[in-house]
Design a protein around this ligand. Structure first.
Ligand code: GPK
Length: 791
């Protein structure tokens, strides 16, 4: 900003502050000051926003349909992308406002569960930054993911009404409201548009989130008739649809309300596209050309109902023949899969589908019929057709619908996309191999480095002699010339120390525990899940604890083990894992024999804003999922970019991280997908338990009374799962005991090697220098070039 722009910004800010509050400056609260800053920024970007919209009119655009956008805070990120972060901070400080205290006023927009939702947010940032016309469509949940409190070591869930004090980053567009018709109910879908500011390029894209509302706020006739309850019932029923985000990731909810949410936002979005198309091409309207202007990326199975909805709108409301509508749809839709876990692949019962939209169900039946005819024509038998069926046993198989109609099916990392072809969707791959492709995930370097690690950002800019790397992340490769420069390696080490001290301070303030910032920061932050194996990490901590108890002078580099993550409220075992982490933390942290050498922290309410402090401070990135189960992971990339070394299995994007940065610069352990496939039928965890003393010791400690679960049977449940067959399945579904020894040895190796500061720092630099591939700028350009065909 030049002097003029700065003065103008300051003037606008003061004007907004006064207009919003009617108060004297001295009397304004932090909340007032935060609100005024939002308003000023919204004013500043308004022209670019309108400009971007105008330019993209009548152009081919991509639409990202996603039930989740895990945005976090917007203030800092928007200022960074506008290129005015430092200036605004200084400017505020000149008028006596501390930026950080007003920044803390912003609630996270936590409209997602984890990786899938955060990926959508990173994609929006990258598309705008790469000047790509991408419109995001989603749900404006009034309640985001629950707030997690840890009480006595247990997770307790609380509501997250993030917009109760207003929402400075949205514009309500009443004129674009739609009517969504369910079998038994009609509601208004009101769009709230959020700006997506591109990185220093004048582009502002749009994320449009739909909120459900009644047609009439209040039924006065009923009220006058003394039917008070009925008067508000209809309003509540309408608002219920977007009331709350379902807090399970990787698990189909199977609930009517959830399907209603999906149909709600998909119907509104499809109507929006069709209406806009008709408005933009009033005279020369040709629906055959709809696919020339629209490509819709379906973020997992949740928005797949958009397919029958598009066909419905074309056929029923625009007089198109079914066959033609089908053809249009098959050029418009592309599908991304995010998991191979069967429990996440949505299948809806016909009854529920009927409850939500009988017409869509009819269309799905028609599509299934067409599929069956086609396959019969190709000589497939009934039995051969079965795995392809979109409707079978009174259920609708959403993934099959998307793969049949869609022109593209992609996984989110090389290994994952291969498993889709070999296993999950192998039948489809046999007949439609051309649809299958990979798009390895990425993360936006603006939020995950420039914003959250100012120190490392400055270091990189100084070393590269330019800051053009911020949207050309491959340039980080240039850092390799410092791999043997001891001074630079020390500088990098010191930056990590700074970030660790900052985190230690934050942890003391928020968790009330003092940690040694000189210790190794070993961090596992992600949703709590058996396949992610936080309990492998915990069992190993118990092992170390017992070793240190026996031998306090053991050769061991002090380590702080940090966990963070939420469990789905109905996921018993995951909640047990949280209790176990907290209980081990309590025992270890309070044991004076060991607590100078190790500490265990479970951070409360892990979320985007906490993540921004954790990633930059990590020495070790725990990516220890069972090989083949983690589709990609994206936290692994955030750690890498911030100079942490990966302790991980050959799973998801870890494989590509090892390939880019060199396995020798990270810590790989554990069985591979192939090795696990080989032993799948013969694996006997009990053998590992009885033959390996270390394993026996830690597994037994789950039920010995050393760690207390307050009679919830959480720990017994974990114990049983590890060594006993469970309803017909063998124990240890996720091969913890199989991988334990390999994990133990690899931990021991890194624990030793950490002491060689220069060598460690060299590995960190090597990782940072090779993190360029994991920019979501690269991912989004891959989508744009290969799938969307937009420039
Ligand atoms: C996958 F299927 C799902 C889901 O429902 N939620 C979710 O967050 C994650 N994911 C994968 O588990 C990660 O491996 C992946 O990196 C992320 O989606 C983004 O693709």
């Amino acid at each position: 900003m030049d002097k003029l722009a700065k003065d103008k910004f300051a003037e606008q800010y003061m004007e907004n502050l006064q207009r919003i509050t009617l108060k004297r400056f001295e009397d304004t609260s932090n909340k007032d000051r935060y609100d005024a800053l939002c308003a000023t920024i919204m004013g500043l970007i308004n022209k670019d926003w309108r400009g971007t919209k105008a330019k993209a009119r009548k152009e081919r655009k991509a639409y990202y349909l996603s039930a989740e956008f895990l945005i976090g805070r917007s203030l800092g990120n928007n200022l960074i992308n506008l290129g005015i972060y430092e200036e605004v901070k200084d400017l505020l400080s000149e008028i006596g406002i501390d930026f950080e205290s007003i920044e803390d006023y912003e609630d996270d927009a936590a409209l997602g569960n984890g990786g899938l939702g955060r990926l959508a947010a990173c994609f929006m940032d990258s598309a705008a930054s790469q000047n790509l016309s991408l419109v995001g469509y989603g749900v404006r949940y009034r309640e985001g993911i629950f707030k997690q409190e840890i009480e006595k070591g247990f997770q307790v869930e609380h509501g997250d009404s993030w917009i109760k004090d207003g929402d400075g980053w949205s514009i309500r567009v009443d004129s674009d409201a739609k009517i969504v018709k369910f079998r038994d109910q009609q509601v208004k879908a009101v769009p709230y548009d959020m700006p997506v500011v591109g990185f220093e390029n004048g582009v502002v894209n749009t994320l449009r989130l739909w909120q459900s509302e009644p047609f009439e706020e209040f039924d006065f006739a009923k009220f006058n008739n003394f039917e008070y309850d009925d008067a508000v019932a209809e309003k509540n029923r309408a608002e219920d649809i977007t009331r709350v985000l379902y807090p399970n990731d990787m698990q189909k909810a199977g609930k009517l309300l959830r399907l209603k949410q999906q149909y709600f936002f998909c119907s509104a979005s499809i109507q929006d596209m069709v209406e806009t198309y008709k408005r933009d091409f009033p005279t020369d309207l040709k629906f055959e050309e709809f696919a020339r202007y629209h490509v819709i990326q379906l973020n997992d199975t949740h928005p797949i109902i958009a397919i029958p909805e598009l066909i419905r709108v074309l056929v029923d409301e625009n007089g198109i023949f079914f066959e033609d509508a089908f053809k249009i749809a098959s050029k418009v839709f592309a599908f991304t899969n995010h998991t191979v876990l069967q429990e996440a692949l949505e299948r809806w019962s016909e009854d529920l589908m009927q409850e939500v939209s009988p017409r869509c169900l009819e269309i799905i039946e028609q599509i299934d019929k067409k599929l069956v005819e086609e396959l019969k024509e190709r000589g497939f038998s009934e039995a051969q057709i079965a795995p392809y069926r979109i409707m079978a046993n009174n259920t609708v198989h959403m993934a099959n619908l998307a793969i049949y109609i869609g022109f593209s099916v992609n996984g989110v990392a090389e290994i994952h996309s291969q498993i889709l072809k070999d296993d999950t969707f192998k039948e489809w791959y046999r007949i439609s191999s051309e649809k299958f492709n990979n798009k390895t995930n990425g993360i936006t370097p603006r939020r995950w480095l420039v914003y959250s690690n100012r120190e490392l950002t400055n270091f990189i800019t100084e070393k590269l002699g330019t800051d053009t790397w911020k949207n050309n992340l491959d340039q980080l490769k240039g850092l390799e010339k410092y791999l043997d420069d001891e001074k630079v390696l020390e500088e990098l080490w010191d930056i990590k120390q700074t970030k660790k001290k900052q985190l230690a301070k934050y942890i003391l303030e928020n968790e009330g525990i003092k940690v040694d910032s000189k210790s190794i920061f070993d961090i596992q932050i992600k949703r709590i899940h058996e396949y992610k194996r936080q309990h492998l990490n915990i069992l190993h901590i118990i092992y170390l604890y017992h070793q240190l108890k026996k031998n306090p002078d053991m050769d061991f580099t002090p380590t702080t083990f940090i966990f963070g993550g939420k469990a789905a409220p109905g996921y018993f075992r995951a909640k047990g894992m949280i209790k176990l982490a907290n209980e081990v933390a309590r025992v270890v942290n309070n044991d004076p024999d060991v607590n100078k050498k190790m500490k265990v922290i479970f951070v409360e309410n892990y979320r985007v804003t906490y993540a921004e402090k954790l990633f930059p401070a990590a020495d070790v990135s725990e990516q220890i999922s069972t090989a083949g189960k983690e589709a990609s992971g994206t936290g692994n990339m955030k750690f890498m970019l911030n100079g942490a070394l990966t302790l991980g299995t050959l799973d998801g994007a870890n494989v590509e991280i090892f390939a880019e940065a060199g396995e020798e610069n990270n810590y790989r352990f554990g069985a591979t997908v192939e090795e696990l496939a080989e032993i799948a039928d013969s694996y006997n965890p009990f053998e590992y338990y009885s033959k390996d003393e270390n394993i026996k010791d830690v597994v037994d400690s789950l039920v010995s009374g050393e760690f207390k679960d307050n009679d919830t049977y959480y720990f017994l449940d974990i114990y049983n799962e590890l060594i006993k067959p469970q309803n017909g399945e063998r124990g240890d579904q996720y091969y913890l005991l199989k991988d334990f020894e390999s994990y133990r040895q690899t931990q021991a190796k890194l624990n030793k090697e950490y002491r060689n500061k220069l060598e460690w720092s060299r590995k960190c630099l090597k990782n940072i220098a090779n993190a360029g591939f994991f920019s979501s700028d690269r991912t989004i350009v891959n989508y744009a070039d290969d799938i969307w065909k937009i420039d």
